[in-house]
Design a protein around this ligand. Structure first.
Ligand SMILES: *Cc1c(COP(=O)(O)O)cnc(C)c1O
Length: 430
C-alpha cells in the first residue's frame, strides 16, 4: 500500500490537477486510493470497495495479479523502453503473434499505439491512406452511427455522437463526416431490412466519397451502453463489400471477452477490415492499444510508401509484457466460465431494479450490466452513496452500469448488484 494521502494533498489535487471531464474549481472531492487487490480498491480511510467498473473496463484480471506483476517485474529488469523505429524486440513480436492468432483470418498486421483514441486515429488514417494508395483520394470521409464513442482526440471526436458527445464545443475544428441513426434493433430483437435503409441510402449517394464505416460492434459503450442486433453488422459487412467501403470495428471496449465472446464481431460471425483494441489488452496494467488490419490493406498502403504514423512509445516493452501476460491468462479460457456466471448473476441481481418507477430499462450482455434511468443521476449525490455501500460504481447521465473484473466471485457480484438496487431506492425516495 502507498502512504496515506493528507488533506493538504487533496486540496492541492483539487486546485492543480485535471481529472477526466472535470473542472479545477468547485470540484467534487475525489476518493483517494492507496492500494488495490483482486476486485477491491483500498481507500485512504481504511475502507475497501468492490470495483464494479474494472477501472474503466480494462482491469479484467483484477488488481495486483501475481502473474501480471511478475511479468512486468521481469521486463523492467530486462529493459523498460526502446524506440520502435529501426529496432524491434521480443515482447512486441510475442504480443503481435498472439493478436494475429486470436483474431480471424484476414487480420494479419498490427500497429501498436499508446491509447484507444490513438488507435482510432490510426484506423481512420489507415483507411484514408489506403484509398490514396489506390488512387482514389476522394474517398476520404467516414460514416458512422449516432450514439458512438471513439475517444477524445480530434479524429475520434469527429465520429463520436454529435449530440451526446463533444461536438458542440468543437464544431468548428472537427472534420465533417456522415452520421446515420443508431441501429434501431436491439440485441435479441429481430432485424429488418428497413433498419439499415439509412446506410444503404447514404452509400447510394455518397459511397464514392467514403473511406470507411466505423462502428463499435454490438455494444455502444460510453455513448450509451446500448446493445444492438448482430444481424445489423452482417448486413453492414455486405454493404461495405458491395460499395467498396472499409469496415472498421472499434473493439476497444468490447474486445477480450467483455460481451461473452472473445471479440464482439463474433456475435455476427463477420470480420472487419480494420479493428481497434485497447482497454483490456494489457489487463489494465499499462496504457496500450493496437490497430489491426488485413494483409490486403497493409500491402496496398506499403506498395505506395510508408504508413505515416509512429508514436514515441510505440510498442513500449513494459506495455507489451503486460499485454503478453494478460492474453496468456485469457488464452487459458477461464474467462468463458467467469463471463457465463457474471451474465447470469447480473440478470438476477439487477432485474429487481426494473420494477422501480425511476428505471427505464435493465439490460445485460456478457460482463456488462446496465440500469438505464429516466432522469440523469446527480453524481455528487449518488457517488458517495455507492462508496458507503462498499462498491465503486461510476454512472454517467442516465446510466448506472457495471463492468466488473472477470475474477469477481458470485458473492461479490451479488453485493455489487444489491448495492445498486439499494442506492437507486434511496435516491428515488429523497
Ligand atoms: C475507451 C474507448 C476509446 C478511447 O480509448 P482511450 O484509451 O481512452 O483513448 C475508444 N473507443 C471505445 C469504444 C472506447 O470504449
Amino acid at each position: 500500500m502507498s502512504p496515506l494521502i493528507t488533506p493538504e494533498e487533496l486540496i492541492f489535487d483539487a486546485r492543480h490537477i485535471w481529472h477526466p471531464y472535470s473542472t479545477t474549481i468547485n470540484r467534487v472531492d475525489m476518493f483517494p486510493v492507496v492500494g488495490a487487490e483482486g476486485v477491491y480498491l483500498h481507500l485512504n480511510d481504511g475502507r475497501r470497495v468492490i470495483d464494479g467498473m474494472s477501472s474503466w473496463w480494462c482491469m479484467v484480471h483484477g488488481y495486483n495479479h501475481p502473474e501480471m506483476n511478475a511479468a512486468l517485474k521481469r521486463q523492467i529488469d530486462d529493459f523498460s523502453h526502446v524506440m520502435f523505429g529501426g529496432l524491434t524486440h521480443k515482447p512486441a513480436i510475442d504480443l503481435a503473434k498472439k493478436l494475429v492468432a486470436m483474431t480471424p483470418e484476414p487480420i494479419q498486421t498490427v500497429f501498436f499505439s499508446d491509447s484507444g483514441s490513438v488507435a482510432v486515429e490510426v484506423a481512420i488514417k489507415m483507411a484514408m491512406q489506403y484509398w490514396i494508395s489506390r488512387d482514389r483520394p476522394e474517398k476520404n470521409k467516414m460514416l458512422t452511427v449516432r450514439g458512438g464513442y471513439y475517444g477524445d482526440t480530434t479524429g475520434g471526436m469527429s465520429v463520436c455522437d454529435p449530440d451526446g458527445g463533444m461536438h458542440h464545443w468543437f464544431t468548428g475544428i472537427l472534420p465533417q463526416h456522415y452520421f446515420v441513426p443508431r441501429p434501431e434493433c436491439r440485441f435479441g430483437e429481430a432485424f429488418e431490412e428497413q433498419h439499415i435503409a439509412d446506410i444503404q441510402q447514404l452509400l447510394d449517394r455518397q459511397g464514392n466519397q467514403l473511406a470507411g464505416i466505423i462502428i463499435e460492434p454490438v455494444v455502444q459503450g460510453a455513448g450509451g451502453m446500448y446493445f444492438y442486433s448482430p444481424e445489423y453488422l452482417v448486413r453492414l459487412r455486405q454493404l461495405c463489400d458491395e460499395y467498396e467501403v472499409l469496415l472498421i470495428h472499434d473493439e476497444i471496449a468490447t474486445g477480450f471477452g467483455r460481451t461473452g465472446k472473445l471479440f464482439a464481431s463474433e456475435h455476427a460471425g463477420i470480420v472487419p477490415d480494420i479493428m481497434c483494441v485497447g482497454k483490456a489488452l494489457t489487463g489494465g496494467y499499462m496504457t496500450m492499444a493496437a490497430t489491426l488490419c488485413s494483409e490486403q490493406i497493409s500491402r496496398t498502403i506499403s506498395e505506395h510508401g510508408p504508413f505515416m504514423h509512429g508514436p514515441t512509445f510505440m510498442a513500449n516493452p513494459l506495455a507489451c509484457a503486460a499485454g503478453n501476460a494478460s492474453l496468456e491468462i485469457l488464452s487459458r479460457g477461464d474467462w468463458q466460465t467467469q463471463l457465463t456466471m457474471i451474465e447470469k448473476t447480473l440478470w438476477d441481481g439487477l432485474m429487481p431494479c426494473s420494477e422501480m418507477p425511476s428505471v427505464a430499462n435493465v439490460r445485460v450482455l456478457g460482463g456488462i450490466g446496465v440500469v438505464e434511468l429516466k432522469e440523469p443521476v446527480v453524481m455528487s449525490e449518488i457517488q458517495p452513496l455507492f462508496v458507503e455501500e462498499g462498491v465503486w460504481v461510476r454512472p454517467f447521465g442516465k446510466l448506472v452500469y457495471v463492468m466488473p473484473p472477470y475474477v469477481i466471485s458470485s458473492e461479490e457480484l451479488k453485493v455489487l448488484c444489491n448495492s445498486i438496487c439499494r442506492v437507486l431506492h434511496r435516491v428515488n425516495r429523497t
